[in-house]
Design a protein around this ligand. Structure first.
Ligand code: FAD
Length: 310
């Protein structure tokens, strides 16, 4: 059995594995896709000490860093279920989708999250070619350009306020008759000179030309009319879904499905820790996830030295 088994190979999981292995304890890492969301990122320019890189290059370096240590790396495998220890200090069992099982005294869940897609023609085709999901990450790429934000909830309106300070013009599209964001955010948005708000707006297509986004079509659900806006970028802000469904009720999760953790990354189940985008930690970013992975690994080590094996 492992002392620490990490589930997930994104920035949080990889960092947790490095920190655990450096303690000289038996460390395993199981991941469906090493690198996680970083693989889908074109340019990374906000990781301190690395002025500029791209997702696949950074993910490859991350994997090399993990491989420098004695980490049992189990790639291309999905975890299907966790069976908690019968008592604190006992072994936790992890069942893989392929039927195999792994056992460990502690677990660090770092399975990340996925952006909800709008599922309209053009979205997949122009991903990273104008279709973006993270304003903190990709906003500066659209400096001086026209963009749309799909979604008028808190994340959409926050994104639009953020982008309005960087880009030339922002069109916010909300499906419902009203923006769903907090009133203070909505009035801030309405005060900005370079923002247009369109409600009753159902996005129907993201259009492109020469391999890049050229505009967005939507249907006005009130009048039934179809419209097209010419622009260079579309930020999809209709929710970030944590990859935690498979955990069931093993650990406490909030109504959004995020795993509830304390300051040391501990969950409600003894010996089970969590880190990164799959948790309640705010501001989903690479540097935040990496830091959270380090905390969870140190938390798990602390637990191991204080809890007698049962
Ligand atoms: P993830 O990166 O989501 O990794 C999750 C890991 O868990 C993966 O290895 C996955 O395969 C694995 N996994 C999931 N479920 C299972 C399962 N059941 N069994 C086994 N393994 C499983 N942040 C920045 O700081 N800067 C940027 O420029 C930036 N750009 C971004 C661009 C895009 C397009 C996207 C989508 C995100 C971007 N982000 C950026 C956000 C950043 O990528 C995430 O915050 C970060 O990757 C989260 O790390 P994580 O380790 O928590 O999760």
């Amino acid at each position: 059995p492992f002392d620490v088994l990490v589930i997930g190979g994104g920035p949080a999981g990889a960092t947790a594995a490095i920190y655990a292995a450096r303690k000289g304890i038996r460390t395993g890492l199981v991941a469906e896709r090493f690198g996680g969301q970083v693989n889908d990122t074109m340019e990374i320019a906000n990781y301190p000490g690395v002025p500029e890189t791209n997702g696949p290059a950074w993910a490859a370096q991350l994997e090399q860093h993990v491989r420098n240590y004695e980490v049992d790396l189990i790639s291309a495998q999905r975890v299907a279920e966790v069976i908690p220890a019968a008592q604190p200090g006992g072994l936790i069992t992890v069942r893989l989708e392929n039927g195999g099982t792994l056992q460990s005294r502690t677990l660090i869940v770092a399975t990340g999250a996925r952006w909800r897609n709008v599922n309209v023609p053009g979205e997949q085709e122009y991903k990273t070619k104008g279709v973006a999901y993270c304003p903190h990450c990709d906003g500066p790429l659209f400096k001086g350009k026209d963009v749309a934000v799909i979604g008028g909830g808190n994340s959409g309106v926050e994104a639009a306020i953020d982008l309005a300070g960087v880009v030339r013009h922002v069109t916010v599209l909300e499906y419902n008759p009203d923006l769903k964001a907090d009133a203070v955010l909505v009035s801030k948005l309405e005060s900005l000179p370079n923002v247009t708000i369109r409600t009753h707006a159902q996005t129907t297509e993201i259009t492109g030309s020469q391999g890049k986004v050229s505009g967005l079509s939507f249907k006005n659900r009130d009048s039934g009319a179809s419209e097209h806006v010419a622009l260079q970028g579309v930020f999809v802000q209709i929710g970030l879904v944590p990859n935690t469904e498979w955990l069931g009720s093993v650990v406490q999760r909030n109504p959004m499905g995020e795993i509830v953790i304390d300051a040391k990354g501990a969950t409600s189940a003894p010996g089970i820790f969590a880190a990164g985008d799959c948790t309640t930690v705010p501001y989903k970013q690479i540097v935040v996830s990496a830091g959270e992975g380090a905390k969870a690994a140190l938390g798990a080590f602390d637990y191991l030295i204080r809890t007698p094996a049962a």
